[in-house]
Ligand binder design. Structure first.
Ligand code: BYC
Ligand code: FE
Ligand code: FE
Length: 483
């Protein structure tokens, strides 16, 4: 079992899938590698490619100690192929093949369905790196800069993970898809990334933290669903990716939390109690709470769109095929086939919001989205604890599911964050009350001044409570080596 747990470094690509004895796949990956490095240098982090960053690298899939920390130049990062250990006797956890042995090869009838899901998953990973490429330049501290780059290299590794599956299990068309993953580009007119949220900009650090809190959490939920796949190599791949994902959401939650904390501290120091006294709060060099709420509204709703339609035959087919499961499928107590079950789904007809029971099989996306919202609510609660500690009368909230949507039953519906249906004109008029306006963006941008001195933090964000890898806050997380 040892070789399954420890990663072998005897090939160019560290892995625990015995690549050194799988010449065909090793060759395909080695052919893909230069294009990846070209992509990383061209569309990955702008600047800092020569800096030494204190990064964790996965060296094992043992949950007790899978990573080691050291200074690395990002282009030299060892992006590896790591699968969680095979579970003996694993069976297909849902759908019409329920209880049959998990597939070790791609079943012919589900080949295109699986390829599509793997390609969509793969497409989001480099997209997020592209979206975040300019942020290094305005990092509020070396600690934050290091976290950004950690997230970036790991999203790069997630791309490798999907490319491995495509090249190992999908032959010539898999190789073509692997090449296309480096051809599409976030925000491009001709060849955009596949899903909506991954073509949006991440213009500032508050967006980055909201993105890693809300959108990486969509990643978590989708990976949880694919970790239940009857196609075992996909399941094992996603299970290991989830261990890395936890840190991305930590960066988001603590980043937003530290931003909120700094705002509240500054308000207390200045004796400002009204959170809506925006000009005075902004004059302190911190981001006012209502603007933070607007950013939350934006990133949460963009992320809800990533779950697809509430009622979806694609999702029903994937579940029925055993290609994708529900969140924690094996812990759910039911028939795992959803033959009779129903699930409450929202509808929007003739200007009214109604909840009706739909066949649970077609409501798979809605259910996963509900699990997501419950998960996302946890951090919001913890942010509110910070605000109350400073005795400020304000609470962050997740907006109503119908607000600002572009996919599903609420697509383009004029619904407020409170869930009220209003006239389209009113919605358009009040948009800037609910979502970041141009002026809000400009203000936040004005705060994005780099702070690259060890142990120092920008005016708008509090230092972290603890460092990375038990290092102190004034540790040199990035050695810049600037010319
Ligand atoms: N944008 O049946 P429907 C992550 C399309 S994030 C554009 O309602 P379905 C990460 C859909 O493709 C996780 N198009 O939905 C996070 C379909 O088109 P076709 C990424 C959309 O298919 C941060 C049509 O509308 N992984 O890892 O059940 C940093 C009808 O779709 C969108 C996955 O998403 C949209 N938002 O569900 C880094 C997992 N929504 O086929 C990384 C794989 C729907 O009719 N993906 N459409 O032309 C899936 O499981 C599903 O494809 C989706 C959509 C959940 C995305
Ligand atoms: Fe990822
Ligand atoms: Fe992530």
């Amino acid at each position: 079992m040892a070789e399954l747990i420890n990663v072998s470094y005897d090939t160019q690509i560290p892995n625990n899938v015995s690549l050194s004895t799988d010449r065909r796949v090793l060759k395909a990956l080695e052919r893909w590698h230069p294009g990846y490095i070209t992509w990383w240098k061209g569309l990955g982090p702008v600047g800092f490619q020569e800096s030494s960053v204190y990064l964790r690298t996965a060296v094992s899939v043992d949950p007790k100690g899978w990573a080691k920390f050291d200074y690395v130049k990002m282009p030299d990062y060892r992006w590896g192929i790591l699968l969680a250990p095979q579970v003996d006797g694993r069976t297909i956890p849902c759908g019409e093949h329920y209880g049959q042995p998990a597939w070790q090869e791609v079943p012919g009838e589900y080949r295109s369905m699986l390829r599509r899901l793997i390609v969509i998953q793969g497409d989001t990973e480099p997209a997020s790196v592209e979206q975040q490429r300019f942020l290094g330049k305005t990092a509020p501290s070396l600690y934050d800069m290091r976290n950004l780059f950690q997230v970036n290299v790991e999203e790069g590794r997630h791309l490798w993970a999907m490319v491995y599956l495509l090249q190992k299990y999908f032959g010539a068309d898999g190789r073509e898809e692997a090449d296309d993953l480096l051809r599409r580009q976030s925000g491009s007119e001709e060849a955009p990334r596949m899903l909506g949220a991954f073509n949006e900009e991440t213009p500032d650090w508050l967006s980055f933290f909201m993105f890693t809190y809300f959108t990486d959490r969509d990643g978590k939920m989708q990976l949880e669903s694919l970790a239940q796949s009857g196609f075992d190599p996909l399941s094992r791949t996603c299970r290991f990716m989830l261990t890395e994902e936890a840190h991305h959401m930590f960066v988001g939650e603590t980043g937003v939390g530290r931003t909120i904390q700094r705002t509240c501290e500054a308000m207390n120091e200045a004796g400002i109690t009204d959170p809506y006294d925006i000009d005075r709060v902004r004059a302190l060099g911190v981001i006012d709470l209502p603007t933070i709420q607007k950013k939350l509204n934006l990133h949460y709703t963009l992320s809800l769109d990533l779950f697809g339609g509430e009622v979806s035959t694609n999702a029903a087919n994937a579940f029925n095929a055993g290609v994708k499961g529900r969140y924690h499928e094996i812990k759910i107590e039911d028939d795992h086939q959803l033959k009779e079950a129903t699930y409450p789904v929202s509808e929007f007809t003739e200007g009214r919001i109604e909840v009706k029971d739909a066949p649970a099989l077609t409501a798979i996306n809605m259910r996963l989205r509900d699990d997501y919202s419950a998960d996302a609510a946890g951090g919001v609660k913890r942010w509110n604890v910070i605000i109350s500690k400073y005795n400020i009368d304000y609470q962050m909230k997740l907006p109503h599911e119908g607000f600002h949507r572009q996919i599903g039953v609420f697509s383009a519906a004029p619904i407020t964050p409170q869930g009220d249906v209003v006239a389209k004109e009113e919605w358009d008029q009040r948009r800037d009350e609910w979502l970041p306006s141009k002026a809000d963006g400009d203000f936040i941008q004005s705060l994005m001044k780099p702070v690259w001195e060890t142990g120092k933090y920008a005016s708008w964000i509090a230092p972290p409570r603890i460092g990375i890898d038990n290092k102190p806050g004034d540790f040199e997380y990035v050695q810049l080596h600037m010319a």
